[in-house]
Write a protein that binds this ligand. Structure first.
Ligand code: SF4
Length: 722
């Protein structure tokens, strides 16, 4: 089919349109949100109230509040009532400080069935605000394929039918950018949200957020990958959401005090210039620098999290990728991000699938993709990694969920639970690239065993026990997810605090909430349950704050200032100088000075509210707060023996056992009892610190203290008792 832009344009009938008055952003807020219902084609503009700002701040807070008011207690992810809500945040969009271009998507998840939030870089959050809206909520289901176009230049929102465009992101984006930009320069003012063809068949698909890179003349993509927001996008029959902004200027955010913002920006930019290359080398290597470190500390997932290090990790380490990355310009995924870590590999020749023979630009790989799709599957070839990375992205699949799910299937294949007969002929031995890429293509075409794998680890664990007679306990122990969301790519076995970091996160096992492995396991700064509970209170709240304001976490602690050197280690982990920068940014943008306590309260309101929201949907209680045992300790003899010295020492020194004459199986059972009891004690300590009851429900007193004790919120809490 000859898909000329003229043909595509002709086919775009306007289904609904609303003109709106253009208004400047004032002190970080557009002061309006946009509501679109695809079932009845209604488009509304809603005011942002002072109460919304006071209680929910912006970003993820706004998303949760809007969604709470849109759904019923029994709304399912695929009901028309479910919404996809996306917002940046008040600080997001400034250009004088690195990492201010993030947005957060919130929805009821097809993967977890509960409430999820997923953050992504790229330009969509700031552009949505500069176009006129602090948040976008999309409800209903279109009866045909549509594109939503939000035009902040002419002041129009349109729902257009879009029958001709292809689904996969690398084909769809160039058409969208040609369609909605007046000329080449105009592409800079566009950002799109898309998914990919796999989002029609599997629940683990994320959002691709795209922007134009004028130096390379490429459309770049970043993902809000976790929890299935892309599957929701496609279930609503949305091909894309496109926003067009007026030109971005240094003062587009209508800030209160630019000098204060510049002061913070100059301080951190100087540090990045001086220290980045000798610290994490984000501008040169980006997140792949972590591969080597994780393998060295026995934390890199190998073969479904069984092992933590492998000499072959050197084949996919940062220094392999660095010379392959495109150097035609800086790699910030928002204006002014001097961390510039969003690297990409140009001119990659595809060797499989529907696009075989095409030469493509591959955004990534990031560390999480390498952990999930390379080491965890024992695929160590960089070229094969790029092929997997590219297809996962263009099909819209979250690489963390994807990698863990394939790893789970490979382990089941090793144990004979899966056979070639059951996989449709695929040989799922470790390291089999051909089978792995075939599974991914199958997910995009809704066929074969790939569709089963694409349902995720929780689904497969239940299915294989029921259908193939697999031991249900083994299935539970090795399915690396929490609450249905696959675990990020750091082995938490030897860090109790990180087990809590994953399993006590409201949405599921995602590392953006708490990353405590080094503090706990390596530096031993959290010796008591109370120390761990305190860290599991402070850090999730601190990190929540980024998602309220449209900020990227990386500039907070991936560059370390010299002022940290004189601090006690536990204080140093908070990077106080950068916390001060964020206080200046808040005051600089909104005009409202904040202390660190104010920051934590802003976050806590949203955090506790999200926990109640999960409970409202039937999930946010204690039984969902447990990781699979493999996240706590060794499930198999082979695993125990790979770290026997560590485990034996723990049994002797902490449990007080005499090990002479004990078999490995007996030692494993003793270790499991000890570690499971220890985890239970941690849960109790964290619940106390967070102001939750024994069942993990925030108490009414906790809600009252934060001012979010609305009758409908208290009613949810009361259902579970004190
Ligand atoms: S630090 Fe990296 S991921 Fe974060 S905004 Fe900058 S370029 Fe994007």
């Amino acid at each position: 089919m000859d898909l000329s832009i003229e043909k595509v344009r002709e086919a775009h009938q306007t289904l609904a349109e609303l003109s709106f008055e253009k208004k400047p952003v004032v002190r970080g807020y557009a002061n309006r949100t946009l509501y679109i219902n695809l079932s009845d084609h209604s488009i509304q503009i809603k005011p942002v109230t002072q109460q919304m700002k006071d209680l929910f701040t912006g970003g993820r807070g706004f998303c949760l509040w809007l969604l709470w008011n849109a759904v019923r207690d029994d709304t399912r992810w695929d009901d028309p009532e479910n919404e996809l809500v996306i917002a940046g945040g008040p600080i997001g969009g400034i250009t004088a400080y690195p990492g201010t271009g993030k947005c957060t998507a919130v929805t009821i998840s097809p993967l977890t069935k509960s409430i999820i939030d997923s953050n992504g870089g790229g330009y969509f959050g700031p552009y949505l605000k500069f176009a006129g809206f602090d948040a976008l909520e999309v409800q209903g289901i279109a009866d045909r394929e549509v594109v939503i176009f939000i035009d902040g230049v002419s002041g129009v929102v349109r729902i257009e039918d879009a029958p001709l465009e292809p689904m996969d992101t690398h084909l769809l984006n160039p058409i969208l950018f040609d369609l909605y930009a007046e000329d080449e320069r105009g592409k800079r003012n566009l950002s799109s949200v898309t998914a990919g063809s796999a989002a029609e068949y599997v629940p683990m698909c994320g959002l691709n957020i795209s922007y134009y890179d004028p130096r390379r003349k490429e459309i770049r993509i970043k993902q809000a990958a976790r929890g299935g927001a892309g599957t929701v996008l496609r279930q609503k029959n949305i091909k894309a959401i496109v926003v067009r902004t007026p030109d971005v200027r240094g003062d587009s955010n209508g800030v209160a005090n630019m000098d204060l913002i510049r002061k913070a920006g100059q301080r951190i930019n100087k540090e990045i210039t001086e220290f980045d290359s000798s610290q994490n080398d984000m501008a040169g290597t980006g997140t792949p620098y972590l591969v080597e470190i994780m393998s060295r500390f026995d934390l890199l997932p190998i073969e479904n999290f069984r092992f933590g290090s492998d000499d072959r990790a050197a084949q996919i380490a940062g220094e392999i990728w660095k010379p392959m990355f495109d150097r035609r310009g800086p790699d910030g995924c928002w204006y002014g991000c001097t961390m510039a870590c969003a690297h990409a590999v140009p001119h990659f020749h595809l060797t499989t699938g529907p696009y075989k023979g095409q030469v493509v630009f591959v955004d990534g790989p990031e560390y999480e993709t390498l952990g999930a799709m390379a080491s965890n599957l024992s695929i160590w070839d960089p070229g094969q990694m790029l092929e997997l990375n590219f297809y996962a992205d263009t099909y819209g699949i979250d690489t963390i969920s994807l990698g863990n799910s394939i790893a789970f299937a490979m382990e089941c294949y090793e144990y004979g639970i899966l056979t070639k007969e059951r996989t449709g002929g695929l040989d799922l031995t470790w390291g089999n690239f051909e089978s792995t890429i075939t599974l991914i293509h199958q997910m995009a075409h809704g066929e074969g065993f790939g569709v089963i794998v694409g349902q995720g680890t929780r689904y497969m664990a239940e299915l294989f026990a029921e259908k193939y007679g697999a031991d249900p306990q083994l299935m539970k122990d090795i399915a690396m997810h929490v609450k249905g969301m696959e675990i990020s790519e750091y082995i938490p076995k030897e860090s109790l605090a990180q087990q809590g970091g994953y399993a006590l996160a409201t949405k599921g096992a995602q590392h953006d909430e708490a990353w405590l492995i080094f503090m706990d396991m390596v530096h031993k700064q959290l010796p008591s349950f109370e120390d761990k509970a305190e860290a599991l209170w402070y850090f999730p709240l601190w990190r929540t704050w980024f998602s309220l304001h449209g900020l990227c976490k990386l500039p907070w602690n991936d560059i370390i200032p010299t002022s940290n050197r004189s601090l006690p280690p536990k204080e140093a982990a908070k990077v106080p100088e950068h916390v001060e920068n964020y206080r200046w940014l808040h005051e600089g943008v909104t005009g409202v000075p904040v202390t660190i306590e104010d920051i934590l309260v802003q976050s806590e309101r949203v955090y506790q509210f999200q926990r109640v929201f999960a409970a409202r949907l039937g999930y946010g209680t204690r039984e969902y707060d447990y990781p699979p045992y493999r996240a706590m300790g060794p499930v198999t003899v082979k695993e125990y023996e790979s770290r026997a010295e560590r485990y034996d020492t723990q049994l002797k020194e902490e449990v007080g056992l005499q090990l002479d004459g004990m078999t490995t199986e007996q030692k494993m059972a003793a270790l499991r009892k000890y570690r499971e009891e220890r985890y239970d004690k941690l849960v109790d300590a964290v619940y106390r610190r967070r102001g939750w009851n024994h069942n993990g429900i925030p108490t009414v007193e906790t809600l009252r203290k934060l001012g979010i004790d609305f009758p409908e919120v208290v009613a949810v809490v009361n259902k579970f008792g004190e």
